[in-house]
Design a binder for this molecule. Structure first.
Ligand code: S3P
Length: 175
């Protein structure tokens, strides 16, 4: 049987990839990450795409990845934080399954990302300011989710258990 996907959206540093991998194991589904898929197809890292071709090119690769991935079911899909900027992406993701948003406070996001250098949009003089301003712009768009889990005070296993619960409730409602 083709099960609906479980789609994770949310800002950078909210744990979509880490949670997604564990969730896929818990649900016996396959895991896919849109950023990894873009890197596989283009043979470049996300950083390289931004640096060489700019954000517009990245967004077009991202949309193509969403289109390909959402054709199938049975996947836990971790998306990039900006995937919701394109309304067609939102539509494709929502049609393909249950959309769960992972959220976190700006302080938690900053702490989780402060030692990472693979987020081109945060490679500015003041990353905290960039986080706050991007969060503000995107907050309304993340509300497209069927459910939101605030991960700030939760451990990995708690987030996974909550997402499993939400997915099971939502998919049993549909049958
Ligand atoms: C982006 C988030 C990143 C990646 C790219 C752009 C964004 O993914 O897609 O750097 O616009 O928020 P993560 O959310 O996995 O960090």
């Amino acid at each position: 049987m083709k099960m609906p996907n479980l789609v994770l959206i949310g800002f950078m540093g909210t744990g979509k990839t880490t949670v997604g991998k564990k969730l896929a194991k818990a649900l016996g589904m396959r895991f896919i990450d849109t950023d990894h898929e873009i890197e596989r197809v283009t043979g470049m890292t996300v950083n390289q795409i931004f640096r060489k071709y700019g954000e517009v090119r990245f967004r077009s690769e991202e949309k193509a990845a969403v289109r390909r991935i959402t054709r199938e079911g049975n996947h836990v899909i971790a998306t990039g934080g900006g995937v919701i900027l394109d309304p067609e992406n939102v539509c494709m993701l929502k049609q393909s399954g249950v959309v769960i948003c992972l959220s976190a406070s700006p302080e938690v996001i900053y702490r989780r990302l402060s030692r990472k250098r693979n987020r081109p949009l945060l490679r500015t003089e003041n990353p905290m300011e960039a986080i706050i301003s991007l969060l503000e712009q995107r907050q309304p768009l993340y509300r497209c989710a069927d459910f939101t889990i605030d991960t700030s005070g939760l451990g990995l296993d708690e987030v996974v258990a909550e997402a499993v619960r939400v997915y099971r409730v939502r998919t049993s409602e549909d049958t």
